[in-house]
Design a protein around this ligand. Structure first.
Ligand SMILES: [Fe+2]
Ligand SMILES: [Fe+2]
Length: 182
């Protein structure tokens, strides 16, 4: 993740900068969540590793794209990167340690919030910045597929699903709000 904050390009709208900053942060968080899950599930030789690795690979593509956008558009990356690095990995590792279904409950919750977040961005962009809009629509389809796969894998059967899911969703919404600004 590039760490060189650069001044905003003249004339670039700050709302689009905030969008790129939060999306970049979110994709980084997603990569770290899946890394945390895989660290635990690989050690346990889980049969779900391949399924989760596929999602992780797609998150890498999302992150690389927003890495590029942050650089090209001279967007200041979130200052919270060290927080998301640790919190993302911990969320993935802790839920995976609770079991495969809890790991998928985490994925379903996170991806539901990201799907909503990207849907709101697509609506807000209207006919502005078609390149960014197309990227967000593309990634949103992946996030929705991750959520659907997690539900198919039995996310809702995780012990304490409702509380786990609501807690993670609330956390993600706070993380989004913070990363837009900070
Ligand atoms: Fe993603
Ligand atoms: Fe995703």
């Amino acid at each position: 993740m590039p760490r060189k904050p650069k001044p905003a390009a003249p004339g670039s709208p700050t709302d689009i900068e905030a969008m790129i900053r939060v999306d970049h942060a979110g994709e980084y968080g997603a990569v770290r969540i899946y890394e945390g899950q895989l660290a635990v599930l690989k050690r346990r030789k889980s049969a779900k590793v391949e399924t989760i690795q596929h999602m992780a690979d797609q998150e890498q593509r999302h992150l690389q794209t927003f890495d590029r956008l942050v650089n090209e558009r001279r967007v200041r990356p979130t200052a919270l990167e060290p927080v998301w690095r640790i919190a993302g990995f911990a969320l993935g590792a802790v839920t995976a340690a609770m079991g495969e279904k809890a790991a998928f409950a985490c994925t379903a919750a996170v991806e539901e919030v990201i799907d909503e977040h990207y849907a709101a961005q697509v609506a807000a962009l209207k006919d502005k910045d078609p390149a960014l809009k197309a990227t967000v629509e593309d990634f949103r389809a992946d996030e929705a597929a991750h959520r659907d796969e997690a539900l198919k894998q039995g996310a809702e059967q995780a012990p304490g699903y409702k509380l786990l899911s609501e807690t993670i969703k609330a956390g993600c919404r706070i993380a989004i709000k913070l990363s837009e600004r900070i």
